[in-house]
Design a protein around this ligand. Structure first.
Ligand SMILES: [Zn+2]
Length: 376
């Protein structure tokens, strides 16, 4: 018996341009789709290609302030009713206003809602929205290239159905917006592994951020040192994520699979290979939970296409041949799905420093969080 997977995608999600020199390039979604198509991923009887729909205003305001939503709509139309700075928009910054911004944000959010709806009645085991995972967006402002927080909105839908949710975020950046949306909620366990906020945007995600009120012990942060490699990363993941999920016993797994942790990513400093990323995704698949997967960061565009193709193969329990199919190899120059090895640019003392840092984070999580859940 194999798993049923849905890939929520439409080419319209890959066309917008935030700004000519902006690192977040929607075309990476098209590259991923093309590579999966070259592997015949959508001809598999267990794989459904599902169309997204735009989120409704009601769905968006389940997480975002109505005035912020109205401001995004007006900016997108070129109106100037509001001061963009008040909502963290600005031409030269992280969050530029661009034509079609509102529609693009509604569609990527709606794709995560469609994925959440696919969790109903076990129609699929897993649904993957590569355009989602915009985990920094806050209730009343844009942040870190994110306009609407689709993971938080999708989780809100799942909570409304009475489900308990674990959210695992493996983007290189802290999943601050999702953590904040459920900071006092004991029906959502958020777990974020990321490069420490001491070194990287958004400057949060410290182990001491454990939740508040009834949600105390339900926000988990595993900060990591720059240049953390596969071995240390996977060790920290395995020490924290599986035991906490086993103890929390959620109904649904929601993940943010940002691949800006990749060793050649231009925005972050972790040293994860496609092998390490695949192993982390395999751990998540092994939880055996209904699974809503989203994309996230990723600014080495070839790495994004290869790693999310690998991830969808794991979701479908298919091993794609390591050699990239000829049409994509010729068009994009990608050779293999898996890295043969990560360039050994990390000196031994830095490698050791990263290990010590991860050990401290894991130990603190065990002290601060595990007792709440009687996790072992
Ligand atoms: Zn990121």
């Amino acid at each position: 018996m194999s798993r049923k997977a849905a890939f929520v995608y439409h080419d319209a999600m890959s066309r917008h341009i935030l700004r000519a020199d902006h690192p977040l390039r929607a075309v990476r979604l098209k590259y991923t789709y093309e590579l999966l198509d070259a592997y015949h991923a959508f001809e598999d009887e267990n794989s459904a290609l599902v169309e997204p729909r735009p989120a409704t205003e009601k769905e968006i305001t389940s997480v975002h302030d109505a005035e912020y939503v109205e401001a995004v709509r007006s900016f997108s139309r070129g109106e100037r009713k509001y001061d963009p700075v008040r909502f963290s928009f600005g031409a030269g910054g992280d969050n530029p206003i661009y034509e079609g911004m509102y529609e693009a944000a509604l569609l990527s959010t709606g794709a995560s809602i469609v994925a959440a709806e696919l969790m109903d009645g076990n129609r699929v085991n897993v649904a993957f929205n590569i355009s989602g995972g915009l985990h920094h967006a806050a209730a009343a402002n844009a942040s870190g290239f994110c306009v609407f927080n689709d993971p938080a909105i999708a989780i809100r839908q799942l909570l409304d159905k009475g489900l308990r949710v674990v959210y695992v975020d493996i983007d290189a950046h802290h999943g601050d917006g999702v953590q904040n949306a459920f900071y006092d909620n004991d029906r959502v366990l958020t777990i974020s592994l990321h490069e420490s906020g001491m070194f990287l945007f958004p400057g949060t995600g410290f182990v001491e951020e454990i939740g508040a009120g009834p949600g105390t012990g339900f926000s988990v942060n595993v900060p990591l040192y720059p240049y953390t490699d596969d071995d240390t990363y996977l060790w920290a993941f395995r020490e924290t994520v599986p035991p906490l999920i086993a103890a929390f016993k959620p109904d649904v797994l929601v993940t943010q699979l940002g691949i800006d942790s990749y060793h050649s990513d231009p925005l972050a400093h972790l040293q994860i290979s496609s092998r390490g990323f695949g192993d982390a995704v395999r751990e998540l698949a092994g939880m055996g939970l209904p699974w809503l997967a989203t994309g996230g960061g990723g600014y080495d565009l070839g790495a994004v296409a290869r790693c999310w193709t690998l991830a969808y193969g794991i979701m479908l329990e298919r091993d794609w041949p390591d050699e990239i199919p000829a049409e994509c190899r010729e068009k994009y120059g990608w050779e293999r799905l898996l890295d043969s090895e990560v360039p050994a640019v990390v000196p031994e003392n830095v490698r050791q420093e990263a290990r010590n840092f991860a050990e401290k984070s894991v130990e603190s999580v065990k002290q601060l969080i595990f007792p709440t859940h009687r996790a072992g």
